[in-house]
Design a protein around this ligand. Structure first.
Ligand SMILES: C[S@@+](CC[C@H](N)C(=O)[O-])C[C@H]1O[C@@H](n2cnc3c(N)ncnc32)[C@H](O)[C@@H]1O
Length: 268
């Protein structure tokens, strides 16, 4: 989480509070470009203080609409998934702060839906979007509903990014994400530590775009995996230096080899 700066004063994305990591910023850019073969709208569920929304806004083209949806700390719009989460958002998050941050980077605000993501089902047209970011509630029920909305509003050659798909303290997100893969036709494109990127179309052109971007980067590595026979790629932060090399080896090697690397040294 980036430390707080006063709303509207950030000069770079790094200074905007939020959890949007550099590797995911890269993947958003690559996949937003890859979905730009024809016009399509952008949608973000859960924008907090605007960190990921500001980047999405950079990729918005003249004929496209960008919609964000958030509770902005107002409990009357519905219950947050966790009480401690609500307390945290109440201290830091207002719609005004989001707007000030966004307008520090862009001339116009996106369309703002101030309420629960369930409101989006009737507001966003079917097959209208090329990119959807799901980063709102962490309950299984809400996340499963958010994925259904994404499925309806995304066009076939579109990408959905699902945050926290493997985070320990929010197991409902993982349950909803993998449920969508095995029962709702969602096809994984790639995985970062924080987000699952997937499509209801053909993942191959998106995977090609990610590979070709990573090939030019010394600080990013892709690893090939399969899920039920289908290729999926993991995108890993390759931190230079000896400790970074060990960590990277742990990420890339098969479990039996990596277990040997972490085994504590025994005394002789
Ligand atoms: C993790 S933050 C989003 C972070 C943001 N995308 C970023 O990268 O900086 C989650 C946001 O979802 C919002 N939220 C939680 N439950 C929601 C719901 N059911 N409907 C709409 N927004 C919700 C919260 O108010 C919060 O701003």
């Amino acid at each position: 989480m980036t430390t707080q700066t006063a709303p509207g004063t950030a000069r770079s994305l790094n200074e905007v509070p939020g959890w949007f990591r550099a590797i995911d910023q890269d993947l958003f850019r690559v996949l937003l470009d890859a979905t730009a073969t024809e016009p399509g709208d952008l949608l973000e569920m859960g924008c907090y203080l605007g960190k990921s929304a500001i980047l999405l806004g950079e990729h918005l083209r003249a004929e496209e609409t960008f919609t964000v949806c958030d509770l902005f700390g107002v409990e009357s719009h519905g219950l947050y998934s966790r009480r401690d989460t609500l307390a945290f958002y109440r201290q830091t998050l207002t719609r005004e702060a989001f707007e000030a941050n966004y307008l520090a980077f862009h001339e116009n605000l996106p369309v703002i839906v101030h309420g629960r993501t369930t409101a989006l089902a009737s507001r966003i047209e079917r097959d209208s979007c090329r990119f959807v970011h799901i980063d709102a509630s962490r309950t299984y029920e809400d996340m499963s509903g958010d994925i259904d909305i994404a499925r309806s509003v995304l066009r076939k050659h579109g990408v959905v990014a699902i945050d926290d798909y493997r985070t320990e303290h929010v197991p409902g997100v993982a349950a909803a994400a993998w449920e969508a893969v095995f029962t709702k036709g969602l096809r994984p494109v790639c995985l970062s530590a924080a987000k699952l990127y997937a499509t209801w179309g053909d993942p191959e052109p998106f995977q090609r775009a990610v590979r070709s971007w990573a090939a030019d980067r010394v600080d990013r590595v892709v690893a090939d995996e399969k899920i039920d026979g289908d290729p999926v790629i993991r995108v890993i932060n390759a931190i230079p230096g000896p400790r970074g090399a060990r960590r990277l080896a742990l990420e890339l090697l098969p479990p039996v080899v990596s277990r040997a690397l972490v085994r504590p040294k025994t005394g002789r």
